[in-house]
Design a protein around this ligand. Structure first.
Ligand SMILES: [Zn+2]
Length: 459
């Protein structure tokens, strides 16, 4: 055991056992889970009775939604006295709403959707004075999720309210950073989330008009204008042909997903870029691959070239792996009757170098990613999404096994390790990014791994 992570003593890969007999609480429970075929494991995950007995020593049967109400919603939202102290998705109540939305996507149960809408309404009130402009830490997250949930509920009036708040009321300050948690990149993600779930053009992409924006005196919040500003700022600190983009946050040139280049490049790849701009993104990623640590891990910043210690989504290989996976996706077209359809929706660069680097980074996560924390920002749950993402891209069952192994580790040990003080439950222990809210989201995604998404990051 080291200071930051538990040694990973699980087998790199196991031959699954067809026999599905696992007794909760038995010795070697973890190993028996690893041997269980994925289909049986996934069914077991849906049986929340089984999990609740294991994790919480409860003797009552809990349905899936009740499980989450009991363990996350009650703690962050309550039953009779709903109060929102921290509205943000990162550490507060909007994270619970996001979890409810994920539960709805998995169960199709409208109860989950309605509860999600109620929570977002409370966050709307609580965030009305907020000046932060990102999905994860600001009011755009509230309005974007609110509009999407209203769309699913078929409530046009509510959808119009959230969209008009998003488009007309939220102000983007001029002196904004470019990173994901507090900067332009986080606002851009909120725009892309709306377009994905409500429809292209909900927030205009206006790709063709982009060159004209610099000539306009008004403050545009359209996608093209935000992308323009990010690219312009990145070039100002970047070095052409070496690393075309570089960004600063509080004087530090960060590399990671939360505050640095990995996160900014990741979101940019979901937006429309010209061939030259796409080349600049590629070149920036190749620079990062070239100057990674010999171990395959990534520095947390340009200035940090020695301390190879952080293996988090926010800083290090896991966040970068997700960016490289996005870069490695290739468009595949298939002729269907008289028209072409996209069968693999993505379309970024497809260079083999990116896939190899992503696999390499995932190796670092496997060896050093069993962190002594539970959440998705800097914990085991977030690191598990690297394997899920690689499985989605490649279809390679080895990555699904590794996602299952990290999940089994959490199922088997997280509750005990946290209660014994061996593992940190998070500063906000039920939150989406730091606490078991993120773990709950992972468990839901593990029941349908081909649809899994790192919360508020992968679209
Ligand atoms: Zn973190």
């Amino acid at each position: 055991m080291t200071d930051r992570f538990f040694l990973n003593e699980m087998p790199d890969l196991v031959e699954e056992n067809e026999e599905d007999v696992v007794i909760v609480g038995s010795e070697d429970w973890l190993m028996k889970l690893l041997l269980m075929p994925y289909s049986a494991f996934s069914e077991r995950l849906k049986e929340l009775d089984w999990i609740s007995k294991k994790l919480y020593s409860l003797s009552v049967s809990l349905s899936m939604s009740l499980f989450y109400h009991v363990n996350v919603v009650v703690e962050t939202w309550g039953i009779t006295e709903q109060r929102v102290a921290d509205f943000t998705l990162y550490s507060g109540t909007l994270g619970t709403a996001f979890l409810q939305f994920k539960a709805y996507q998995v169960t199709n149960n409208e109860v989950d959707l309605k509860l999600c809408s109620e929570i977002v309404k409370a966050c709307d009130f609580a965030s009305s004075q907020s000046r932060d402009v990102t999905f994860v830490c600001g009011r755009p997250g509230v309005c974007a999720l609110g509009a999407v949930v209203a769309n699913h509920l078929g409530d046009d009036q509510l959808q119009t309210y959230y969209l008009s708040q998003f488009k007309d009321v939220i102000k983007i300050p001029k002196d904004l950073p470019d990173e994901l948690l507090y900067g332009r990149d986080g606002f851009l993600w909120a725009c892309l989330f709306l377009n994905k779930h409500i429809g292209e053009g909900t927030i205009p992409s206006d790709y063709i008009l982009r060159p004209l924006y610099a000539l306009l005196p008004i403050d545009l919040k359209w996608i093209g204008a935000v992308v323009n500003d990010i690219l312009k700022n990145g070039r100002a600190l970047g070095v052409k042909e070496r690393c075309p983009f570089m960004f600063e946050w509080y004087g530090e040139k960060y590399w990671g997903a939360a505050h640095g280049m990995a996160g900014i490049m990741h979101v940019l790849m979901y937006a429309k870029l010209s061939p030259d701009e796409a080349e600049e993104v590629k070149c920036t990623l190749k620079y990062m691959i070239k100057y990674r640590f010999p171990s395959g891990n990534y520095p947390s910043s340009e200035q940090d070239c020695k301390s190879d210690c952080l293996v988090h989504w926010c800083h290090g290989a896991p966040g970068m792996a997700l960016t490289l996976i996005k870069a490695a996706e290739v468009v595949k077209w298939k002729r269907h009757a008289h028209y072409l359809i996209v069968i693999v929706k993505q379309g970024v660069f497809g260079d083999k170098e990116f896939l190899e680097a992503a696999v390499n980074a995932a190796g670092v996560v496997w060896n050093r990613g069993l962190l002594k924390r539970v959440g998705i920002c800097h914990g085991i749950s977030g690191n598990t999404f690297v394997f899920l993402s690689l499985y989605r891209l490649t279809g390679n069952k080895e990555f699904l096994y590794r996602a299952k192994a990290f999940t089994c580790f959490l199922l088997d040990r997280a509750h005990r390790l946290i209660s014994e003080g061996e593992m940190h439950g998070g500063d906000n222990p039920y939150s989406l990014f730091e606490g078991i809210g993120g773990m709950a989201c992972l468990f839901l995604d593990m029941t349908q791994p081909t649809d899994s998404k790192f919360p508020a990051y992968e679209l």
